[in-house]
Design a protein around this ligand. Sequence first.
Ligand code: TTP
Ligand code: MG
Length: 420
Amino acid sequence: MLRRNFQRNRTGKPGLGEGFTVKRTKFELRKVATPFHKEWLGGYISRNTKRTRQPTVNCEPDNLSSHACNSHFATVLFMRRILHIDMDAFFASIEQQRRPELAGKPLVIGGKGDPTKRGVVSTASYEARKFGIHSAMPLRTAYKLCPDAVFLPVDYKDYSRVSKMIKKILREFTPIIEEAGIDEAFLDISEIRNGSEEIAKEIKKRIKKETGLTCSIGIAPNKLLAKIASDMDKPDGLTIIAEEDIEHSIWPLPVRKLRGVGPKNTAYLKEMGIRTIGELASISLNKLIERFGKSYGRYLYDASRGIDDSPIIVHREPKSSGREITFQKDIGNIQILRKTLVEITKQVVKNIRERGYKARTVTVKIRFSDFETHTRAKSLYEHTDSFEDIKRAAFDCLNRIELKKKVRLIGIRVSKLEKW
Ligand code: TTP
Ligand code: MG
């Protein structure tokens, strides 16, 4: 009974004191409590859990309705200090850093850096964003919006090198770090004695000194809020959000700022008359579950209140590895498609081998000239990194797609990876 979920007393009203979700046992709380918190808890956590291995506060579900118990847990849930860091216009800033003549100029990074050819924008400098250019936009559209911008190809190798330097600096602050992407990470700074602002400023200073780059930092009681915070004052921002700030700084934001709320659900919520996170927080749990299902409905209910107890995942295994090619000209010739599939399969197999993984599922994607997209997947008998086996599965998938139109893109992804 060490891991029990207490989820009671949900009133559906926005607010954190009442209607609060308690998901942690005291045993778990002991693991997240800092020395300050342990002191504040007056030994609640450490004293009895060790001896009895039982929760120390009487938090049987019926007692959770008591306000004291509720607010006690509310405080505990909101006492972590999570820092989210995200570099500013990462690829573009690296290029501007190594070519000072590009500083302050509209700069677009993407594909092979030729805006007359196919390819998408990876990122744009803040100067280029003023023209409406953004990530994932076709390079040709970016060129139309700002013909004077400088276009450069993506240099992953160098960006990964800088990314590693940054992660190394972050590790000097705490080993509890989740690498969330090439230019972002979550750090659990609960155990560090210095103040949040002080830590953030020190991180910014170190990164600026060693890479010349700026970043934006958000600090909050959990990952959900920390990520929203780091995005609130870009570039070179520092935003600290406490539990009491949720109402005035989180509730006015649009719902799509919440992790897991994509364009589809944003549109659906809009149909329900919900645009902001605060409006979402005013919807009852029952109604959300009715509309979105049990798990996502509950997620929305909690997230709109700033509640999130997802842990920092210190080392995340890659879930999949893939490669795709967009042809310069749409292809109608099956032999060319097969040859390309062999090429990208080779690259993917090389990639998983280098990282010591074997895969169980192979997925092939075909996008036709009109953007209609089909995928087919095949599961293998066992995990493998054999090029022949993966190629055979890929061809099986390709054969199951009716090639009725010219093809714009072909891709392969291997998933269900396991370390070997
Ligand atoms: P982001 O952090 O999303 O973007 P950014 O760092 O360029 O800008 P911001 O200041 O708003 O954080 O992504 C980090 C890098 O990942 C980005 O520099 C380029 C790359 N990237 C892509 O290649 N394709 C994409 O669609 C996105 C969103 C990012
Ligand atoms: Mg970034």
